[in-house]
Design a protein around this ligand. Sequence first.
Ligand SMILES: *[C@@H]1O[C@H](CO)[C@@H](O)[C@H](O)[C@H]1NC(C)=O
Ligand SMILES: *[C@@H]1O[C@H](CO)[C@@H](O)[C@H](O)[C@H]1NC(C)=O
Ligand SMILES: [Ca+2]
Length: 263
Amino acid sequence: MRLLSFICAACFIVEEVHAWGFKNGVLHNSIWLEQAAGVYHRESRKGRYQLTYKEAKAVCKYEGGRLATYKELEAARQIGFHVCSAGWFDKGRVGYPIVKAGPNCGFGKVGVIDYGYRLNKSERWDVYCYNPTVKECGGVLTDQQKIISSPGYPDEYEDEQICYWHIRVRYGQKVRVHFLDFDVEDDTDCLADYLEIYDSYDDLFGLAGRFCGDNLPEDFISTGNVITLKFLSDSSVTAPGFQLEYTALNSTLLSQDTKILLP
Ligand SMILES: *[C@@H]1O[C@H](CO)[C@@H](O)[C@H](O)[C@H]1NC(C)=O
Ligand SMILES: *[C@@H]1O[C@H](CO)[C@@H](O)[C@H](O)[C@H]1NC(C)=O
Ligand SMILES: [Ca+2]
């Protein structure tokens, strides 16, 4: 079962890479442009489509930003910002930016898919925030090697944090994650605070592990050239957090392992 989901995660990545492809050395895929022009997408800690208008505003404000305006969303879209999730933006509007037409997203249209001004502000959607300053928490990383820490490390992280790190190394490479330090609020099923690793370009597919407590997790090696790390903290009890190092690996070195995995 685990093996199966592992393989399918790989299929998915390959499919996506083909669907989007490279242009000027950049993989044209929404997630890598997540912070395009200061605009980024957020969902609730509870999952997709859980934020009222008021909560959506609070999410952006918490991270030092505010709701994106239509103009900002469109400006980001024009440089490749593409997200297939409807979210609140300024003045109680809901919509999402589509760059590439597809049957399952945006009704085959391109542009900001605009659901208009919502009369009912208790409806639940995701959110599009605007914050042009670099965020300490999360980001899109393309370096060959880098050390990543929880916000504030080695001081304790704060409550109510959600950070996504999308790591993309060169096509054909893999990503190795090696933990240097780990101390996250302990909880039986890691439901309170946790770090998750996804063998995927987002956190919808390819969950490879969820970690909490103070045992150092084992090294992780991706199947493709992209991974996502998601760190979440709840509303009470913090800890010093984690520090890890990721490194790009040339997958030729690993082709033996890959063969074993493939049917
Ligand atoms: C507003 O939306 C919420 C959530 O979808 C729903 O529960 C509520 O009944 C709606 N209120 C009105 C007046 O339509
Ligand atoms: C990986 O391959 C690149 C290009 O072929 C090469 O420059 C680099 O030194 C290799 N890295 C390792 C760790 O083998
Ligand atoms: Ca906590």
